[in-house]
Design a protein around this ligand. Structure first.
Ligand code: CP
Length: 355
């Protein structure tokens, strides 16, 4: 893949880079043993400040299947993070030991922050409720494998669109493909954030926001279910109000297209009933397996990057972003990176508008 130093957001991936990555992924799926030593001698740092099953394990198994090695933590309390070490210092140290850093945290913009100080590629494995680009690579791979191409699709995204990072990344990515219509299905409290809606408008995408799943279901080519993200709620009553609001059942699928793809990044809670699992339209377990193959392609590509010296940044004088989940709220040395948007300024880390 040409010239992608870090993977922070899918927005940075061009169509050409996606084609190269997917071609490599298909080659790996068809001939896995030919790649068994492709990353021999390479080392991946796996820094998971937040729980994970699929992303963490698929990255680890991807590296193992390429002949490389993995170190890191799944509990930051077992590292010097518990002694107060900054993200910057942790990244500088791991970048001295490894060839790529895979990182998940609860803070929005943390992968971009880490990339400022890293000599090696930083791969965003989920930064709070912001983005999850490698889940999107998984989703795009699944659509390509199942449909042959991406384009001309009615895509329903259902659930917690406010906090669901997988949805944010997927919308950004699908906006690059032709003739996609988005059905944004969520409770009003959990609608997609302003920066996602702005992206859709700026890119002249067709979308509607609705609260009901049943009415849209017969129109959809892809239904992307997501769970209500309990861990992101500051008000437990708000979670209680919105949990279990959407439950897809086999009976409801009677009204859906015969070639619908039911996708889910997983884990699920109760939003897809177990009786859907045996429906041939349910592809979420296959989707998780494709995640390992596309991550193999990504690691193989990014671990071959030459080490580089990142530029120096001014030491920040405190956050100007008001988003309490932005990485600038906890890592105070970060520079204030912003850009002008219509009507104001936007934080480049979390992409929220600065009031
Ligand atoms: N899809 C996904 O990110 O799952 P995990 O949280 O288990 O990694």
């Amino acid at each position: 893949m040409t010239d992608l130093r870090h993977l922070i957001s899918v927005e940075a991936i061009t169509s050409k880079q996606w084609d190269e990555l997917y071609t490599l992924c298909r080659d790996i799926i068809d001939n896995p043993l030919e790649f068994a030593d492709s990353c021999k001698g390479k080392v991946m740092a796996s820094l998971f400040y937040e729980p994970s099953t699929r992303t963490s394990f698929s990255f680890q198994t991807a590296m193992m299947r390429l002949g490389g090695s993995v170190f890191g933590f799944s509990d930051p309390g077992a590292s010097s993070v518990s002694k107060g070490e900054t993200l910057m210092d942790t990244v500088k140290i791991c970048s001295a030991y490894a060839d790529a850093i895979v990182m998940r945290t609860p803070w929005e913009g943390s992968a971009l922050a880490a990339s400022l100080y890293s000599e090696i590629p930083v791969i965003n494995a989920g930064d709070g409720g912001h983005m999850h680009p490698t889940q999107t690579l998984t989703d795009l791979t699944t659509i390509c494998q199942k449909r042959g191409k991406i384009g001309g699709l009615n895509v329903g995204l259902c659930g917690d669109l406010k906090n669901g990072r997988t949805v944010h990344s997927l919308i950004m990515a699908l906006s690059k493909f032709p003739n996609i219509s988005f059905y944004l299905i969520s409770p009003r409290d959990l609608a997609a954030p302003d920066y996602i809606l702005r992206h859709l408008k700026e890119n002249k995408q067709k979308y509607i926001e609705v609260t009901g799943l049943e009415a849209s279901l017969p129109l959809l080519d892809i239904l992307y279910m997501t769970r209500i993200q309990k861990e992101r709620f500051t008000d437990p009553l708000e979670y209680e109000r919105n949990k279990s609001v959407y439950v897809l059942t086999k009976r409801k699928l009677d009204r859906a297209k015969k070639d619908l793809l039911v996708m889910h990044p997983l884990p699920r809670v109760d939003e897809i009933a177990l009786d859907v699992d045996t429906d041939p339209r349910a592809v979420y377990f296959e989707q998780a397996r494709y995640g390992m193959y596309i991550r193999m392609a990504l690691l193989l590509t990014m671990c071959s990057r030459a080490r580089y010296t990142p530029p120096s940044y001014d030491i920040g004088k405190g956050a100007i972003c008001k988003n309490e989940r932005c990485i600038t709220q906890t890592e105070h040395y970060l520079p204030n990176l912003t850009r002008n948007v219509q009507g104001g300024r936007q934080c480049l880390f979390c992409e929220k508008e600065i009031p």
